[in-house]
Write a protein that binds this ligand. Structure first.
Ligand SMILES: [Zn+2]
Length: 79
């Protein structure tokens, strides 16, 4: 059973919870205030599929983007 990371929408408490994969989209209940909390985006969510069918990283290492300075990079525009 995979473990997922959640962050409470009310008190911002972060916690992890084991749950079956078929229930991964359901909100978890915060152990601190019993409010619903949202599942944190995993690393894989930082990727998006472009029109060409390629998968590219929005954030993170790679490509000489964000690291070397130089314009034209989305990271330089405050993303
Ligand atoms: Zn909470």
């Amino acid at each position: 059973m995979p473990i997922y990371e959640f962050a409470c929408t009310r008190c911002d408490h972060k916690f992890e919870q084991l749950r079956p994969m078929d229930r991964m989209a359901e909100p978890a209940q915060c152990p601190m205030c019993d409010s619903d909390s949202k599942r944190q985006l995993s690393v894989f969510s930082a990727f998006m599929t472009t029109e060409g069918g390629q998968t590219s990283a929005i954030a993170g290492a790679g490509g000489g983007c964000c690291g070397g300075g130089g314009g034209g990079c989305a990271c330089a525009m405050g993303m």
